[in-house]
Design a protein around this ligand. Structure first.
Ligand SMILES: Cc1ncc(COP(=O)(O)O)c(C=O)c1O
Length: 386
């Protein structure tokens, strides 16, 4: 039995997505910029997917620009807004301290080019306090970037409130919604954002297909120079099969949003209740009410999370220590650190993230296996210390 509980790193493709990608690879090979029949078929496929993505986030299709991934969407949003606003004299950027590296490292890169940057703190619940933004935003602030849902702990940020504050001060508002789109309802108008990043491989679509929502009228400098693709906003021949897969994943995600949300929340609660009941010294990290339904971050007192991850993997269970998408490193989670947890607790924490193919039987198997592994690791540590 192999169990995949790492859906926040990436998801398996839905069957309909696989079929649509295969079909488009075979039949929609034309260049969407070509005027002939083959090109126009490819263009029609892009348009259909654009409508699906727009419907998922309640945008207008003309406001959706395809990119190669969440990372590119974040870079485009932040660098594009910074470059467009530079002539206005605004040279200040704000992001939360718990953003994905795609945002944090983009801010760092801009800081090296003379931009001032500020990171908004979070409290132990893992949520940004809008009053902190009110205190830190200035007339120089060009852009505020706060993620909709956090990838490690799943907490949902008060984006609508933060957008209102950003706009009162004339700043552009971006949200990285890579971990919320397809999991909870996302409405760009209700959130009040100007820019929103999403990525297909986080909701059962293919890798390398993603989008940036750009609210009509938002000033944004293109990052790719080249042809007039994507209405001159993102040059480069579109990856039609992957984008078709993104569109199918978007339609599926929207159709199943409510039922899957409820099913996953029940599975996650079953997992958490089981673990907290069966494993002494297990504690849930982050706000339990304001979070996406599929994510659970749990710390295990006196257990090295990396060792537990490997022990689980040997039992056929795949989880993560947090920021798996940029992983390979043993650095403690910057998210748990920003929440004020001790370095020991940050290194004791595992992320379980569920999705489309997760079942009750899998949850029960994990709950059955975990206590023995934790106990074994604790006794090894005790022996080593003794
Ligand atoms: C919150 C968040 N933003 C951005 C990304 C980057 O997206 P992508 O892997 O599509 O580049 C990820 C995951 O990798 C993520 O979890």
């Amino acid at each position: 039995m192999r169990i995949y509980f790492d859906y926040n790193a990436t998801t398996p493709l839905a069957q309909d997505v696989i079929e649509s990608v295969i079909e488009a690879t075979r039949d929609q090979f034309g260049n969407a910029s070509s005027v002939h029949h083959f090109g126009q078929r490819a263009k029609a496929a892009l348009d259909e997917a654009r409508s699906a993505v727009a419907a998922l986030v309640r945008a207008d299709p003309s406001e959706i620009v395809y990119t190669s991934g969440g990372t590119e969407s974040d870079n485009f949003a932040i660098r594009g807004a910074a470059e467009a606003l530079e002539p206005t004299g605004r040279r200040h950027l704000i992001a939360s301290a718990i953003e994905h590296e795609a945002v944090l490292n983009t801010l760092k890169a801009l800081a090296r080019r003379g931009w001032t940057t500020t990171l908004l703190p979070v409290d132990q619940t893992g949520i940004v306090d809008p009053d902190r933004l009110r205190q830190l935003i200035t007339a120089e602030t060009a852009l505020v970037s706060v993620m909709h849902a956090n990838n490690e702990i799943g907490t949902i940020q008060p984006i609508a409130e933060l957008s209102a504050i950003a706009h009162e001060h004339g700043a552009v508002m971006h949200t990285d919604a890579v971990q919320s789109v397809g999991k909870i309802p996302v409405d760009v108008r209700a959130l009040g954002v100007d820019l929103l990043s999403l990525s297909a491989h986080k909701f059962n679509g293919p890798k390398g297909a993603a989008a940036l929502f750009i609210k009509r009228g938002t000033r944004l400098q293109p990052m790719m120079t080249g042809g007039k693709h994507e209405r001159s906003r993102r040059a480069g021949t579109e990856n039609v099969p992957a984008i078709v897969g993104l569109g199918v994943a978007a339609r599926l995600g929207l159709a199943k949003l409510e039922s899957e949300g409820a099913r996953l929340a029940a599975l996650r609660d079953r997992l958490e209740d089981g673990i907290v009941r069966e494993v002494s010294g297990a504690a849930i990290n982050g706000d339990r009410s304001r979070r996406v339904p599929n994510t659970s971050n749990i710390s295990f007192d006196r257990v090295e999370a990396e060792s537990l991850l490997i022990a689980l993997d040997l039992e056929g269970i795949a989880v993560s220590t947090g920021s798996a998408c940029s992983s390979g490193t043993l650095a403690p989670s910057h998210v748990l650190k920003a929440m004020g947890f001790s370095s020991r607790r940050t290194q004791n924490s595992l992320r379980f993230s569920l999705g489309l193919f997760s079942t009750e039987a899998e949850v029960d198997h994990v709950v059955a296996v975990l206590p023995k592994l934790v106990e074994k690791l604790r006794s090894l540590t005790r022996r080593a210390a003794g």
